[in-house]
Design a protein around this ligand. Structure first.
Ligand code: PMP
Ligand code: PLP
Length: 464
């Protein structure tokens, strides 16, 4: 049906009796008005001006009507193709070129990275296949392909994120007769990984890409925190250099980069895009055409206006994200200072400063607990040698009772057949981490961390 529908555009005077397209005069809407933060040249730090000045903060406005605007409603509100409206696809392509300059890549619009990544999984995996990911990974997405028969292979991490040598070890020892087809997909979050907050160094990115070439796997780069990269040297906005993405080093078309507006505009936008080779793009469009269909017109109109001269333009978007980056860096620094004062001081937990994203991966020094044991024989089939899992469950409950919600490491364990992959060093012995976010209200950080420290002290004093 979609293929025939596209034939409407074959000749200028083609008359369509093909599709049930509601006529635009029947849309009960004729105007959209947007008022957004000003990113004009004179506004030095647009995020702090926007936040600080409340209703009187400088703003910019643009209007789209049935027949006027960058993307008039007459066209925008009609059914369109799975890749998105051509004008929206064009501004997003310009944006991708600005940050990543990939050779020969095409963009496909999505409903955010949850949608984009799960579409890539759907496209690339067959029942019984294995995909690779960090041993702690974003579970909303690692859960997504389980229903179509994908298994996960967890890759060990350190403070710098996924360890390339571990990836190499898994792939070179893979036995296709016993384990099935060698994994051909890596799912990775290169900046401010969720939940560990790790950012892959340029060197690791290059090593992982070289392994992808050697073992012929595809890299799904889920990068919602790309613009939230922080700077150890305190460089200010304009001069800060963003890390090269996997997409920017891709020469084979083996990277599918997945971008989202959730963290730089608003999660409710439900808008993002995949940048991939033309081959993958064609298949993605077929998948979109038979599942979610193109994203809603409101978002596409907004984004097209925003990235055109009527709105922020790409230069204004760049000013906004650089300013946003600084704002999150300030929150991170405040959170960490408070963490060191309240929590580290107890000697019962510690954390590294994340170089990107929204998360701090707090390590609980669980071996200091009086009831910690390292010689446990589990009767439930677990190969764990310690009681870390049980102690962390108890700690989680106590933190809740103490009035704070945190995310325990256990919920991020990549779902896999544990017996196959980590029987010597089971992940159950390494669950002594909690994910904390500094994205929220600054006023609540100090009381939350003080409560957390108090719970830790009481829990570690408990011998019963
Ligand atoms: N189901 C049927 C029977 C239809 O005729 C159509 C529209 N042609 C759809 C679903 C698609 O509807 P929507 O635009 O809400 O995705
Ligand atoms: N991928 C990762 C790694 C995330 O952390 C998140 C958000 O929490 C998402 C995807 C979901 O993003 P979106 O809102 O664009 O669907």
């Amino acid at each position: 049906m979609k293929a025939i529908w596209r034939l409407t555009r074959r000749k200028a005077d083609m008359i369509s009796l093909a599709n049930g397209d509601p006529h635009f005069t029947l849309y009960p809407i004729r105007k959209l008005e947007f008022e957004v933060a000003s990113v004009e040249d004179g506004v030095l730090d647009p995020v702090s001006s926007w936040r600080g000045a409340g209703a009187s903060a400088p703003s910019q406005s643009f209007t789209t009507t049935t027949h006027s605007g960058t993307l008039p409603l007459k066209a925008a509100m009609q059914y369109s193709a799975g890749a998105g409206l051509p004008d929206t696809q064009r501004v997003v392509t310009d944006l991708t070129n600005f940050y990543h300059s990939p050779p020969d890549h095409v963009v496909t619009l999505t409903l955010g990275n949850g949608d984009g990544v799960s579409k890539c999984f759907r496209l690339l995996g067959e029942p019984g296949d294995h995909f690779l990911t960090d041993e702690f990974s974003f579970s909303s997405l690692t859960n997504a392909p389980l229903s179509h028969g994908i298994n996960w292979v967890p890759v060990k991490i350190d403070n710098g994120g996924l360890v390339p040598e571990e990836l190499e070890r898994i792939l070179s020892n893979w036995n296709e007769e016993q384990q099935g087809r060698r994994p051909h997909v890596l799912y990775t979050v290169p900046c401010g990984q969720n939940p560990t907050g790790c950012t892959l160094s340029v060197e690791r990115r290059r090593k992982i890409y070289a392994l992808a070439q050697r073992f012929d796997f595809i890299i799904i780069e889920d990068d919602p925190y790309y613009y939230l990269q922080y700077d150890a040297d305190g460089n200010e906005g304009e001069t800060f250099k963003f890390m090269p993405s996997f997409l920017s080093i891709d020469v084979d078309g083996r990277v599918m980069r997945v971008d989202s507006l959730s963290k730089v505009m608003a999660p409710g936008m439900r808008l993002g895009w995949i940048t991939s080779s033309a081959l993958f793009h064609d298949h993605l469009v077929t998948l979109v055409d038979s599942s979610t269909h193109h994203p809603h017109a409101f978002g596409q109109v907004f984004l097209t206006e925003m990235l055109s001269s009527s709105g922020w333009n790409i230069s204004g978007f760049d000013r906004w994200v650089r300013s946003l980056r600084k704002e999150y860096q300030r929150r991170r620094d405040y959170f960490l200072r408070t963490f060191y004062q309240e929590v580290s001081r107890t000697g019962l937990a510690s954390a590294n400063a994340p170089e990107a994203g929204m998360f701090v991966w707090m390590k609980v020094h669980i071996d200091k607990h009086p009831r910690y044991r390292s010689d446990v024989q589990h009767t439930n089939g677990s190969k764990a040698k310690t009681n870390v899992e049980e102690l962390m469950e108890e700690l989680f409950e106590r933190i809740l009772d103490g009035g704070v919600v945190v995310m325990p490491a256990s919920i991020f364990v990549a779902p896999s057949d544990l017996n196959k992959f980590d029987s010597d060093d089971p992940i159950q012995d390494r669950l002594n981490f909690l994910r904390l976010t500094f994205a929220g209200q600054e006023e609540t950080m100090q009381p939350a961390l003080a409560r957390l420290a108090q719970v830790l002290k009481e829990f570690f004093a408990d011998t019963k």
